[in-house]
Every structure is written in C-alpha cells, then in structure tokens.
Design a protein around this ligand. Structure first.
Ligand code: GLN
Length: 305
C-alpha cells in the first residue's frame, strides 16, 4: 500500500499546475499550489500516508456531510427534509438560482451552500456559543482528534466577504426554510467551514462513515447506521457538486470535496481516505485529489458500482 501511495502522489504531482487555488475567500490564496498529500486508514486501523500529508488546511465544504449527520441526529428526519431536498442540483456549489426557480424554492440538497446553511440552522443549542461547542466537539469526535480548532483568520476572511452566502441565508429565512437569527446561522456556517484539519483527520472521518458509524478501535456507535448510509448516499449523488456524475463514473467512491483542496472519501466496509491538493478545477474540486482517487480506485478496485 505504501508504495502504491508514493507512486500515485509522484505521478499526479504535475497535474496541480493545471489548477488554481481558491481566491474568492482572500485568506485561501496563501495555499501552496503544488501541495499534494494522501492518507488511507483501512478497516484494520492501518494508517498509510504519502506526499504532503502533514499540511493543515480548512475543511470547507467537507463539513457539510458532518453537519448533515448532526442535523439528522438533532431533529426528526421528516423535519430536516421538509427544509432541504434530496436531489443533485447540477449547479455550482454557491448557486442561488434554484432558490427562485424551483417550485418549492427549497435548496436542492445539503451538500451545496444553500442546503448546508439550512442544516446548520437545525443544529440544536441554547445559544450560538453552545451550538459552536457542540459542533466542534462532534468534529473532534469523528476525527478522533481533540486538537481540532477553527482557523480564525480564514473564518474572519470568509465572514467579511461571504455576501453570496449571506444573501442565500436571508432568502432562505424569507421563504421559511430557516428560523431564528440569520447572522447567527451564517456565523456557525463560516466557523464550520474554517475548522482546520489534515488528511489523517479526513481519512478518520471517512473510515467512520465507511464502518456505518461505529468507531473501529473502540466499538462505540457514534452515528446510526441509517444516518451513515444517508450521508454516504448524498456524497455519491451530490458530494462533488456539479461534477458528481462524472466522479461516480470515473472513481465510484462516496466522496466530499472542499475549496480548501481537501477531499474526504469513504469506501464502504473497507477504508477512509483523505486527500489534499489546493489546486482546484473550475468546479472547485481538487485536481490532484480527483486524479489520485481515480488511480487508487482503479489500482485497488474500490469502485462500489
Ligand atoms: N466556505 C465555502 C463557501 O461557503 C465552502 C465552499 C466549498 O468548499 N465548496 O463558499
């Protein structure tokens, strides 16, 4: 396995030159464009790392499946899905369009920004501080890493410039999909996106979903089997935004990407995978990350279809 990972990193390093680091959140511009790293944790808890696996980056949209799991644990499912849909949007992750053109005006799914703002509003807590604490401790539990923290400068950078998300938040409140204070919901949304992780954290989270919510080391049930299944299904249908269909064909593994350059992948009953490469394609997915996952899927026959 170690040799396979080393080879895959080496052979995909050059493709990072074809991408661009996200710059619409000003602080993300500081990433190093040719970084490329991977971590695989298998069902026997063997950990394999290669490339720039020690680099830290913000989780960005990879927080969306985790917040979905939390929203489903905090609320009745029919309530959650009365506020957010189950269908791929076919639009970019930050599109506002279908909030007007859909018959229901409901966000298409929880893996795009509009849908994630809704699931964020469903997180329980008596005030913003309690919600933030609950959220961070849930992320820490899933990653089995108590040192996870919010990167303050990225959070502030996004909060300052996140007017498209702000516009969606107010529209969603107007149409009855979120209740309560919009600014508080957005604050929690910007914070979840700014949690700093590495590929090992992502592989751990992927492994938990791959093992249907049971921690393989302790046997503890962290997330129900059903919720784990639902989250992986959304990762397949919507996890790579408007490139989810092509990714399912080329790679065939439930996965979720973020504009920080990370991808969290979860191969049912086999392994969790974290990859990082901040050079993004035009849809906002890591170019190196996509290629690494395609190569790994082919080499190890991981395609679930
Ligand atoms: N924080 C980012 C945003 O809201 C997350 C988007 C992403 O990773 N695709 O724009």
């Amino acid at each position: 396995m170690q040799n396979i990972l080393n080879d895959i990193i080496l052979s995909n390093k050059k493709c990072t030159a074809n991408g661009k680091v996200a710059s619409y959140i000003p602080e993300l511009k500081n990433a190093n464009i040719d970084d490329l790293g991977i971590c695989v944790i298998d069902k026997d808890n063997n950990i394999y790392c290669a490339g720039d696996y020690k680099k830290k980056f913000t989780i960005q949209s990879i927080s969306k499946p985790i917040i979905l799991a939390m929203a489903l644990m905090d609320n009745e499912w029919h309530h959650v899905f009365s506020k957010v849909g189950m269908e791929p949007s076919g639009d970019p992750f930050n599109s506002i369009m279908k909030l007007e053109t859909n018959d229901t005006k409901k966000p298409c799914n929880p893996m795009i920004n509009a849908g994630a703002i809704v699931t964020t509003a469903l997180i329980k807590g008596k005030n913003l501080q309690e919600k933030e604490e609950r959220m961070l401790s849930f992320f820490r539990k899933l990653a089995k890493n108590n040192s996870l923290e919010i990167n303050k400068s990225i959070y502030e950078s996004e909060k300052l410039t996140g007017d498209r998300n702000r516009a969606m938040g107010y529209l969603l409140k107007n149409d009855g999909f979120i209740e309560g204070d919009v600014e508080e919901t957005l604050d929690l949304y910007f914070k979840q996106c700014s949690i700093e992780v590495d590929v090992v954290d992502l592989a751990r989270i992927g492994l938990l979903f791959s093992n249907y919510g049971i921690d393989i080391e302790t046997g503890e049930r962290v997330i129900s089997e059903n919720i784990s299944r639902m989250v992986k299904t959304f990762m397949v249908t919507c996890g790579m935004y408007d490139a989810s269909g092509e990714f399912a064909l080329r790679v065939g593994i439930p996965a979720k990407s973020g504009v920080g350059g990370g991808i969290m992948a979860s191969v049912p009953r086999k392994m969790g995978i974290g990859v990082f490469g901040p050079a993004l394609d035009e849809k906002g997915n890591s170019i190196g990350g996509l290629n690494i996952l395609e190569d790994l899927s082919n080499k190890l026959e991981l395609n679930i279809f």
